[in-house]
Each structure stands twice: as C-alpha cells, then as structure tokens.
Design a protein around this ligand. Sequence first.
Ligand SMILES: [Zn+2]
Length: 248
Amino acid sequence: MTLSDEELERYARHIVLPQVGGVGQRKLKAASVALIGAGGIGSAVIPALAGAGIGRLTIIDSDVVELSNLHRQPLYGEREAGRPKAELAAEFVNRLNRFVQVRSGTDRVVVENATALLEGHDLVIDGSDNFATRLAVSDASVALGIPLLSAAAVQFQGQVVLFRSRPCYRCFVGDAFDADDCDTCAEQGVLGALTATVGSFAALVAINFIVGIGEDQAGKLHLLDGEKLEWRTMRIPPDPQCRTCGSG
Ligand SMILES: [Zn+2]
C-alpha cells in the first residue's frame, strides 16, 4: 500500500504527526470501515473518516432525508428531503476525497442480513438510532470477529464504546432491547451539537484504533453529559450470561 504524491500532499498534516507518519497513513488507506447509520452521528463520522483517507468506506442507512433531520445532519440540505441518506452520503465522500472507495446500501440492518452486510470490514461503526439495529449489528460483529465502535446520542447524553469480542454491546445493554419498538431519538429529542460532538469523538477513537495510537479502548465506555459539559469514562464488565459472547 503506497501513497501517491497527491496523497502525500493531501495528508501532510497527518503524516507530520509522529503518532501517524507515513506508516499510519498507509494503515488508514488499507482500512475498510462499515458505518451503520448516516444520521447525526454519521454526519460527523463520514467527513472525518473520508477526510482522513480511510481506504474503503461502506455506508448503510435505510432512511431518506427529512426536514427534522437537518438540525443535526449537516451532510444534507433542504433540497435533498426525500432522497436516500446513504446515497447522498456517498456522493459527499466522492466530492471530498476521490481516494476513498465508498459504497452505499439502503438496506435496513436486521438479524437476517447483518452478517452479509458487515463481512469483510476491519471495523464496524454503529451510529444507528434504535436498539434492534444495534443488537443485530453487535451480534454479527462478534460472530465475524470484527471490532465494533458504538456511538449514540439522545437528549443531552452521549456515549461511545469500542467493543472487541468481550465485553460486547449485549453485555452492556442486556436482552431487553431486542424488540423493535424501543425509544429512539425521534421521540426523545436530541441536541444537534451533541450528536456532532459524539460523532467526532467516535471518529477520533476509530482513527486512533486503526493507526494504533494511545491506549487500548476496548470495553471502555465514554459518556458525555451535554448539560454539565463533562466526559466520564468507565469499564464495562463482561456479562458471563451474555448470549452473544458469554459462556452461558
Ligand atoms: Zn456479550
């Protein structure tokens, strides 16, 4: 995996960082990332990863743009209401960085298709807005052995966790959320600037993970309180009874 002269110029402010360098930039180019959800979280993750030069990016979202999305989803404009987010997000990536190979999918991720959609990626980022999708994505990621970076924001609370086999997302939330009718931010409301912050933080975790910068973040929950304006970090214990990753 080599970098062209144009890429060396484009990523110069990365490459000059001792933590990244040419080696780290080539790791980014070699990486294949699947992003589930091109909403508020995705609107921050997509520009950050595309700009950073992730080699292959798969964007999956079954929704179309609605006016009520625009306060937190600056990837889209008023005139794009009604169009599929995944396709618009892919167009954005193509405009920003032609060195990124982007693919889009408008499937809704469910238990039956999750494995096929996620297979072959090095990292899955889940920025979806409902528990049924999150659990389907998590179970498939564990089965495939792909690390999962989960990011969520609702009201004034945000959370980011990198899961790598154990503990998994199901250890964190349990089995109660498998039903399709759980709360989503559609009902609860969310501050647009909060999703942007949480999505940017998730992109930072993803880039650090791919390049190998800093401490191992697996199993560490990062919580943002958007009212107190404080981040807290805590460890998620593996659930021995977890039906995805546990022995029970
Ligand atoms: Zn588990």
